[in-house]
Design a protein around this ligand. Structure first.
Ligand code: AKB
Length: 341
């Protein structure tokens, strides 16, 4: 871990809370930013919380007055929300990332040392042309089916390339760079399942929403068909993957972008797992054509062998452990606490 502070953007989002807790456990100094306020139980782990829009030049100016040596750029508008406001999504997801790459590159030059820039990408970069192709594709590799149909998927794919540009070409083109360059690394995440936070505006949200609704005794109408299958991962594995990739020796990395996954499951299987945990849960299926069309282009499974080979990735939460250990314990505890407040 770097001796200088670690910058976490989008700190108030789904991944931010768990990542900040994990960084704090390692004794790291954390600078957090988000457009929304950070809950006090997370803010207390940060040496500074800068509230602001990732597009705001004043935020970037303020960041340049701090000394950070590593970046986790989590700020983004997720896939379903991005289809509702595509131009805004492009601004936040692409222009916001471009500005942060520039700011981080400037910081790396000021420090005279490389900055590791972690970018969470997504299965949304893939675009399977039909349901039949999705069913036949099997475990999709990093270089296959890169034809995203959503604004969010296109944004993520382009930002992977932008990061690569800053890491490679900009470095070669700028002779003054010295040792101050960007070490850009991206992870393509599947749908994430957290016991503590709910995503907003994603298309894989049906899985966490189903669970959190059941834990609160509320009925849930699932917006995709029961047979809809995509890969998933429990939040502790997602955070561990980010930290493992951040800590990997540069010489070990044969590529800049890696798939990671833990298990694949259909919406029906997630509902069955939810029923096991919460036998009184009521889950019905009422597919939304627009959101269904999005997940129908995402792969059923990912090939994460490059991550396993280069930086020792192995998920610790397969499906059974995700539901029966991580979610069963923490989600119950979370809502028991809420009820007893
Ligand atoms: C979304 O559904 O938009 C995200 C993702 C798969 O990147 N959870």
């Amino acid at each position: 871990m770097p001796t200088d502070a670690v910058l976490v953007t989008g700190a108030s989002g789904e991944i931010g809370h768990s990542l900040i807790e994990a960084l704090a456990e390692r004794g790291v100094t954390i600078i957090a930013t988000d457009i929304r306020p950070l809950p006090p139980h997370i803010a207390r782990y940060c040496s500074e919380v800068l509230k602001g829009d990732i597009l705001d030049p004043l935020l970037h100016e303020a960041l340049l007055h701090r000394r950070f040596g590593q970046v986790f750029h989590l700020a983004a508008i997720l896939s379903s929300q991005a289809e509702r406001e595509p131009e805004r999504a492009h601004q936040v997801n692409v222009e916001g990332t471009l500005r942060l790459l520039q700011t981080s590159h400037r910081m790396a030059k000021l420090r005279g040392e490389p900055i590791v820039f972690l970018f969470p990408s997504s299965i949304a970069v893939y675009g399977l042309p039909s349901l039949e192709a999705k069913r036949c594709a099997g475990r999709v590799r990093e270089d296959e089916y890169l034809r995203p149909m959503t604004m969010y998927g296109a944004n993520k794919l382009y930002c992977e390339l932008l990061g690569l540009y800053y890491a490679r070409f900009y470095r070669r083109l700028d002779p003054d760079d010295g040792a101050g360059w960007l070490d850009f690394r991206a992870l393509r995440f599947p749908g994430l399942l957290s016991a503590f936070t709910l995503p907003t505006g994603g298309t894989s949200d049906y899985a966490p929403e189903m669970l959190h609704a059941a834990a609160q005794g509320q009925p849930y109408r699932c917006f995709v068909r029961p047979d809809t299958t995509i890969p998933f991962m429990a939040m502790p594995d997602a955070v561990r993957a980010l930290l493992l990739l951040a800590e990997a020796a540069p010489s070990a990395l044969q590529q800049h972008v890696y798939n990671v996954t833990a298990f694949s499951a259909s919406a029906e299987e997630i509902a069955a797992e939810t029923h096991q945990l919460f036998p009184n849960s009521s889950i019905t299926f009422d597919p939304d054509p627009r959101r269904q069309a999005i997940v129908d282009t995402w792969p059923e499974d990912l090939d994460d062998s490059a991550a396993r080979r280069d930086w020792g990735w192995r998920p610790e939460y397969p499906r059974h452990r995700t539901f029966q250990e991580y979610l069963a314990v923490n989600i119950r505890r979370r809502y028991q606490k809420t009820y007893s407040l």
